[in-house]
Design a binder for this molecule. Structure first.
Ligand code: 5GP
Ligand code: ZN
Length: 116
């Protein structure tokens, strides 16, 4: 299910109505630097088409391409060999604050486990 996209910040970035530091694009996804980075490398990968969350994503091909895009971002940001983390916060309890499916690509520092 999708909600209206006129006020969605990631849809607004896709349409060029809001500024963002775009680090990579594919025909179906955009990668931007997070405005409030939690690691030296913190990039958000999201589909150009609005999808509320992982739970609402119906297209396995789209999900696969988002993972490939996250992997490509990690390589471009030169954290692929050291290590990086890909996170999808899904719904409120997991801390999803932007209701447009996105992958966090985090790297450049040692990560702890379990996550907070
Ligand atoms: P969530 O909490 O939904 O998993 O992740 C949303 C992320 O989007 C947060 O890490 C937050 O810092 C980031 N964010 C929120 N608004 C903006 C924005 O306007 N520009 C950018 N570049 N990142 C944003
Ligand atoms: Zn959206």
């Amino acid at each position: 299910m999708t909600t209206g996209t006129s006020s969605c910040i990631f849809c607004r970035i896709v349409r060029g109505e809001m500024r963002a530091e775009v680090v990579y694009r594919t025909p179906t996804a955009v990668a931007i630097r997070d405005v409030n980075p939690q690691a030296p490398v913190h990039v958000l990968v999201f589909p150009t088409e609005h999808v509320d969350s992982l739970g609402e994503a119906a297209d396995p091909g789209l999900l696969g391409s988002l993972l490939v895009t996250a992997r490509e971002v990690a390589a471009r940001e030169q954290v692929d060999r050291r290590g990086y983390r890909v996170v999808i916060n899904t719904n409120a309890e997991a801390g999803q604050t932007v209701p447009h499916l996105h992958l966090h690509v985090l790297g450049g520092r040692r990560m702890t486990w379990p996550p907070g």
